[in-house]
Ligand binder design. Structure first.
Ligand code: WQD
Length: 344
């Protein structure tokens, strides 16, 4: 298949480019480079030995999308493009709704106009809010606490409405998949690609990695008094290449099955690790100390969150195969050989 990848230069998008190319698909990348670098795509070419078109533009630009869909025969779209920082979304909600919600609407309108019906959307475990228990299945109630999460949930609801309208009209046009990511970490095993956050990282792993490499002094562990075995927050960290391979499996599923409902899959490992366990695992992989101090809880954080990934295993034949040690070794290989990320 020929797949349009919006946000294809970003962290998860670029790793998914590799997974698609390695499975023999063709790709067209569409990215506004607002939080990403073309260097990531050079690395994709270097690793896979394959070339592909890249369009630098924004998903809110309908004319740009129209011209991509006219110029390239696209079979399916994977939609990664979007803003993703929770804190920033609270300060700039309009930007989040414009990029994440309006951007998806415009993309869907353009897809419909060009009769492209298959879309895989990057959602997030954040749509489960503060879950009543763990592990979290796809049937858990949905709620969000910030504009970033709200934008993901709004898009999910829009996609469900598209499917409902199809069912009402009997058209059966859309083939829609929603992937709810848990906490993506790690990097490609080559050490050539990984996460390259701008400024001070918000997320745990890039923060730990930058402390280990000496760019940041110490990690603040947000909260030491959660009702968890060691008092620290617990998350389901998943290797970015496992996540990328989940997208290829979802694409395969949608191309083989004629679905009449939005298909939703959790992409997680089913294992939860605490912040402290993450620090220890990173120290073991890097042989570098990661100094930390325990500070107060970060507002909006929950105690624990991990997936029941059995639906993806059952329906997609997908299971995360890379363990915590591999996640950490790959993250360290990337960080230590590219201390300044793609601008190294
Ligand atoms: C993980 C754990 C923190 C930083 C967010 C979004 C989610 C998703 C991924 C995005 C928590 C602790 C963190 C630090 C710390 N989407 N922590 N010190 O909050 O689970 O999820 O990112 O693209 O939608 O909400 O991820 O990596 O920020 O935090 O102690 O400096 O690490 O409290 O327990 P989170 P995270």
């Amino acid at each position: 298949m020929r797949v349009l990848i919006t946000g294809g230069a970003g962290y998860i998008g670029s790793h998914t480019c590799i997974a698609l190319l390695e499975e023999g698909h063709e790709i067209v990348v569409f990215d506004n480079l607002s939080n990403s670098s073309l260097v990531s795509l050079e690395r994709v070419r270097q690793i896979t030995g394959k070339t592909f078109p890249v369009i630098v533009d924004d998903v809110t630009d309908r004319l740009a999308l129209d011209s991509v869909f006219s110029e390239h025969k696209i079979d399916a779209v994977m939609h990664f493009a979007g803003k993703k920082a929770v804190g920033e979304s609270c300060v700039e909600p309009l930007m989040y709704y414009q990029n994440n919600v309006a951007g998806t609407l415009i993309l869907c309108e353009a897809m419909k106009a060009h009769e492209i019906s298959t879309l895989i959307f990057s959602s997030s475990a954040t749509v489960y809010g503060d879950p009543h228990s763990t592990p979290i299945t796809e049937e858990f109630p949905l709620s969000t606490t910030n504009p970033y999460g709200q934008s993901k949930l709004m898009v999910e609801n829009i996609l469900r409405d598209l499917m409902a309208a199809d069912n009402l009209s009997g058209k059966n046009f859309w083939q829609l998949g929603i992937l709810r990511y848990f906490n993506p970490v790690g990097a490609h095993s080559s050490g050539l690609m990984g996460e390259d956050p701008q400024g001070i990282p918000n997320n745990l792993l890039p923060y730990i990695a930058q402390v280990a490499v000496g760019k940041l002094d110490k990690l603040s562990v947000f909260g030491g008094d959660y009702p968890t075995p060691d008092g620290r927050g617990i998350r389901d960290y998943i290797h970015v290449m496992d996540l990328a391979e989940g997208h290829v499996k979802a694409l395969h599923f949608l191309s083989m099955n004629n679905v009449s409902d939005c298909q939703v899959w959790n992409l997680g490992t089913g294992n939860g690790y605490s912040v402290l366990e993450m620090v220890k695992a990173f120290e073991a992989a890097s042989q570098c100390p990661v100094p930390y101090e325990i500070t107060s809880r970060r507002s909006g954080d929950i105690a624990e969150c991990w997936a029941d990934p059995s639906k993806a295993k059952r329906e997609l034949g997908w299971k995360a195969g890379r363990n915590l040690q591999v996640m950490m070794e790959d993250a360290w290989r990337w960080q230590s050989s590219n201390p300044k990320g793609y601008s190294s």
